[in-house]
Design a protein around this ligand. Sequence first.
Ligand code: NIG
Ligand code: FE
Length: 401
Amino acid sequence: MRTLWQHCHVATMAGGRYSVIEDAAIVTSAGLIEWIGPRDDVPPVAADRIVDLGGAWVTPGLIDCHTHAVFGGNRSGEFEQRLQGVSYAETAAQGGGIASTVRATRAASEDELFASARQRVQALMRDGLTCIEIKSGYGLDLACERKMLRVARRLGEELPISVRTTCLAAHALPPEYAGRADDYISHICEQMLPVLAAEGLVDAVDAFCEHLAFSPAQVERVFIKAHELGLPVKLHAEQLSSLHGSSLAARYQALSADHLEFMTEEDAIAMAKAGTVAVLLPGAFYFLRETQLPPMDALRRHGVKIALATDLNPGTSPGLSLRLMLNMGCTLFRMTPEEALAGVTLHAATALGMGDSHGSLEEGKVADFIAWQIDRPADLAYWLGGELPKRVVRLGHEISN
Ligand code: NIG
Ligand code: FE
């Protein structure tokens, strides 16, 4: 079915930057964009259907490129403790933090995890998401990491959204390996990754490089194994301190390095050279009341692509709105609304290795787009959450949301 969508303006993100066509038209067919341009130039194609978008602003479907959407329980108790002055690192050292979510996730059935994650992903979808990355990392043993990744895959099968899975087995040390971090890394490399990859459950491999998690040397072993298995890597880096994990990620051509508040200019140079995307997570920055800002000037000066994501997780960013992150990226990190929008479309796609097919509206790319009833694209970053009127098109078909 060939559809002509017209009476709209489009923030196309074509050519690798924020770019706009006013009074535009889009022709879609077989799930792809066949043609896009000014309405006056529409080629004489035989459309099966013509859709009037009522003057909407069209953007690519939003992409949340960093989430931990599958988990058991929640950590609102720790939130209360932190408000009393207990730090994230102190909570972790006392056996809370990630370890407490690991206990709850191990105890939950696959169906229970699916039901709770589905609600969270549906909440995110109300912001116009058509693609989401979901990490494991609260199982920390083969069976439970598999359970999480299977839930992530099933979300992509049962909801109208594309799901990319990331294996984050190197997220924290499971209790059964206490004091034996190197042995756990060996277990990840020799058992978990090869098995989970062979089962088709892993699109990328991530790790948490931090004093309270894994050292650069341990992360590097995971990266080497990932590459052996033909899998791209990503990294939680420089969130709480500077270990130059982002430079390490760049050396392994990582798709992205994420968080980055404590990164240095040298890290930015390495990332720019490797094409590694900087994924900024203002929800975690806000929720932990962090004060160290990511080095925006250095990132811009060296031409590092900047993406924004929710980091949806129970400990540091229980964020159910990607549009709220647009606002926070602008307000807290001084991004422009245009940079923020590119960060949840164009650069988010690159951070998932999907830049050739997603993230901008260009001929040959997938027909995933949102027609927003707003006056200006900046309105997307302006409102503090809430639901904006819109129509969601995925693979060339309008879906209800
Ligand atoms: O991205 N930084 C590590 N991982 C998560 C937090 C996980 C948790 O506390 O449950 C993050 O912020
Ligand atoms: Fe994270």
